[in-house]
Design a protein around this ligand. Structure first.
Ligand code: URA
Length: 237
């Protein structure tokens, strides 16, 4: 049993203040009964707002437009992490990033406390595509595209699965599609082709696309349909 305002705020969809207003306005039910006091303790299951059930119990699913300069980690003694960009009440619900982005990489980062979803999305068996926009020194050409498609073995012995590479016309930039996520993989693959990466941004992870209305460092809760699509991609729906 937990306070109803806290259960609502833990979803990431409402601040504690907004949750209190919803409760006062009589829009929240628990087990079919209206809950009108924020301090009332309830079970996490079957809570509804305006008749709509909260998705997936107490799990929280956020998308962040990760800025450069912060670590994809839950804590660090010296450097800021993505969790530092969240409000206080969301720093204590066990969120972690699903797959890491380098400190100097920006873009789509999924944060959740749903271990089964994270496991499914990261499993090599599930082949969840990650798409990156890479700005490069030098223009990516057809030979690079063929090398990516064939699967590269890097000078340090790293064996890479076949990957997508799509040069953007008129720009020193390309879209890179990977099904795996080895350490610095995009940077290492492009560097091996003599096209070092100058800037890297993740645009999508499986069915989840970066919401382009999110400014750098902003986040939002996932919509129910986005959660369902991810669960399907992870093989848990
Ligand atoms: N590949 C990289 O090189 N860096 C990232 O952050 C993600 C993929």
């Amino acid at each position: 049993m937990e306070r109803i305002d806290k259960l609502l705020a833990n979803t990431g969809r409402w601040s504690r203040k907004d949750a209190k207003e919803l409760i006062r306005a009589g829009r929240v039910t628990a087990g079919g009964r209206h809950v009108l006091r924020a301090e009332e303790k309830c079970e996490a299951d079957d809570i509804r707002v305006d008749g709509e059930p909260l998705t997936c119990g107490q799990n929280v699913y956020l998308m962040m437009n990760k800025p450069t300069g912060v670590l994809s980690a839950t804590e660090d003694s010296r450097q800021p992490t993505v969790l530092d960009l969240l409000p206080e009440h969301l720093r204590r619900v066990g969120l972690f990033p699903v797959g890491r982005l380098d400190k100097d990489t920006e873009g789509l980062l999924l944060l959740t406390n749903d271990g089964a979803l994270a496991h499914g999305l990261l499993s090599p068996k599930r082949h969840v595509d990650k798409v990156y926009l890479a700005r490069t020194e030098g223009v990516v050409d057809e030979a690079d595209v063929k090398a990516f498609a064939a699967g590269m073995t890097l000078g340090d012995g790293l064996v890479c699965q076949p990957a997508g590479l799509e040069p953007l016309p008129g720009e020193n930039a390309a879209l890179v599609t990977l099904r795996e996520g080895k350490f610095h993989q995009v940077k290492r693959m492009l560097a091996a082709r003599g096209k070092p990466v100058l800037a890297l941004r993740r645009l999508s992870m499986g069915p989840l696309k970066l919401d382009l209305s999110l400014r750098s460092g902003q986040w939002r809760p996932l919509e129910a349909s986005e959660i369902d699509d991810l669960c399907r991609a992870a093989g848990i729906l």
